[in-house]
Design a protein around this ligand. Structure first.
Ligand SMILES: Cc1cc2nc3c(=O)[nH]c(=O)nc-3n(C[C@H](O)[C@H](O)[C@H](O)COP(=O)(O)O)c2cc1C
Length: 179
């Protein structure tokens, strides 16, 4: 049983989460490789998948979305977990009392719930070093309304990430194949 942790990361925050998930799976006795989605040549070689990307303006990164769409039939037949990295800050609820991690699900997750039926989807708090932003991201981050919801810093919740990965290892041990 080998799990592919495939990720798409623009500035490195999601890459760190993917590496951590792969490490936690290995600690739990599950073979796991973390790779950027664009470097995966033969996904059929893997038994199960964790696929993660960051969200920008409500959307999962395009190469991760393309990966899921391209390999839809394979993924629908195997065990898949999806995650998104995004919200910045530590507040679990927004001004309307809604769960920030539910609100931050990228819009593509509704499509994937139908097309590949993942076993679980999860949003994790992200990280951003605003001084490293390039191009359009830099311009958008300076819009006052956006600036308020993009605090600088690393908000990745490592205990939550480890716990999620351990849950995956347990599920794979009890129900290794199929969707
Ligand atoms: C311009 C901009 C737009 C963003 N839009 C969203 C968003 O819509 N939803 C979200 O959850 N996070 C959003 N974020 C936060 C990033 O997704 C977060 O920092 C993520 O952890 C970055 O991961 P990466 O370095 O792997 O790309 C945005 C960040 C920037 C700079």
């Amino acid at each position: 049983m080998t799990v592919l942790v495939a990720y798409s990361s623009k500035y490195g925050a999601t890459e760190g989460i993917a590496e951590r998930i792969a490490a936690a799976l290995r600690t739990a006795g599950v073979e796991a490789d973390a790779r950027p989605v664009e470097s995966v040549d033969d996904p059929a070689a893997y038994d199960a998948f964790v696929i993660g990307a960051s969200a920008y303006m409500g959307s999962w990164r395009k190469d991760a979305t393309r990966f899921v769409r391209r390999h839809r039939d394979l993924l629908a037949a195997r065990a898949v977990w999806l995650f998104s990295s995004g919200p910045l800050g530590t507040e679990r609820t927004d001004a309307e009392g809604r769960d920030v991690l539910v609100q931050a699900q990228p819009k593509q997750f509704a499509e994937f719930a139908e097309s590949i039926k993942p076993r679980n989807v999860q949003v994790f708090f992200g990280a951003m070093d605003l001084s490293r932003l390039r191009g359009r991201d830099r311009l958008v981050s300076r819009i006052p309304a956006v600036e308020k919801i993009l605090p600088n810093g690393d908000f990745r919740d490592w205990p939550a990430i480890d716990a999620w990965a351990q849950g995956i290892a347990q599920e794979l041990a009890s129900a290794p194949t199929g969707a």
